[in-house]
Design a protein around this ligand. Structure first.
Ligand SMILES: Nc1ncnc2c1ncn2[C@@H]1O[C@H](COP(=O)(O)OP(=O)(O)OP(=O)(O)O)[C@@H](O)[C@H]1O
Length: 268
């Protein structure tokens, strides 16, 4: 099978600062300031061409960080990502310039993707029509609601016909009719055998749409496999976790952080 995405041992470290003073000291002085925080601690997985993979996990488990790294928007701290083909990320406001109008954003994005002036002229009306933004297309994006931004982002990304589509919660902010239209477009892509990554908290959408699931927990892979195998395990976990008293939840987190530290030590 042809591989579309190969993610190897991805680590993403953020620095958490107590304030601007610490941030500036860290920039200026050789001594390190601030606290290291690992959003991803050695994540590996592979997607075959045509796979539709859902990322699940509790808030803060690293789903968006991983999808942004695969899309090339956020750099990894260490590890490697190989993407075979052109990837497009759809997330609320991903890559949109707030001061520019919707139309200018379409043109800029297409120029950056290497489309010629003629190709842009041809594609633009289709994108505007799909976005359903009407006369708002000539207003600055900063005046858009999050649903409108998501619609613009979605309209651009699906109409440039990428090889790999990464969709991060984009469907949860639009209205229901637009979400349905977007899901139809995604189904069309799935039929064409495109590779897709789908980040959502909606278990229903995951079941309807994905073939495989990558379950992240505190920046680590908890499980990876067919949707029919992983989603029941994940649902069972969520139900049980919800019922735990606060202290037990804390203990669970502490143990996971210990595993994270051990995983990171192995990578050094
Ligand atoms: N720029 C940043 N600086 C510091 N920490 C960050 C930054 N971006 C993300 N994080 C932290 O990294 C962790 C992973 O965040 P991420 O958004 O990837 O999680 P997620 O699984 O997508 O969460 P959610 O389900 O809430 O969207 C979180 O604890 C978050 O606070």
């Amino acid at each position: 099978m042809e591989k579309a995405i190969i993610v190897k041992n991805i680590v993403k470290k953020y620095k958490l600062y107590s304030g601007d003073k610490e941030r500036i000291l860290d920039l200026l002085l050789p001594k390190s300031y601030g606290e290291d925080f690992y959003a991803l601690a050695g994540v590996s997985f592979e997607a075959e061409k045509g796979d539709v993979i859902g990322f699940v996990g509790m808030n803060g488990s690293g789903k968006s960080t991983l999808s942004n790294i695969i899309a090339g928007i956020v750099p990894e701290t260490s590890g490697s990502v190989q993407v075979n083909g052109q990837a497009a990320l759809i997330a609320v406001a991903a890559g949109l310039k707030a001061d520019l109008s919707g139309r200018d954003n379409i043109e800029l994005k297409l120029l950056m993707l290497g489309f010629s002036k003629e190709e842009i002229k041809e594609l633009e009306p289709e994108i505007i029509e799909f976005s359903e933004l009407g006369k708002f297309i000539d207003q600055p994006v900063k005046s858009y609601s999050s649903g409108m931004r998501s619609r613009l982002g979605f309209a651009i990304s699906v109409n440039v016909d990428p090889d790999i589509l990464i969709i991060d919660e984009a469907l949860s902010v639009g209205d229901k009719a637009f979400a349905e239209k977007s899901l139809d477009k995604m189904k069309e892509f799935k039929k064409q055998g495109k590779t897709m990554i789908f980040v959502s908290h909606s278990i229903g959408q995951m079941k309807r749409f994905c073939d495989k699931i990558l379950w992240l927990e505190y920046g680590m892979v908890k499980d990876f496999g067919p949707v029919g195998e992983i989603i029941p395990k994940y649902e069972k976990f969520l139900n049980e976790f919800k019922k735990l008293p606060g202290k037990e939840k804390e203990k669970y987190k502490e143990e996971a952080m210990k595993r994270q530290q051990e995983a990171l030590l192995e990578k050094v």
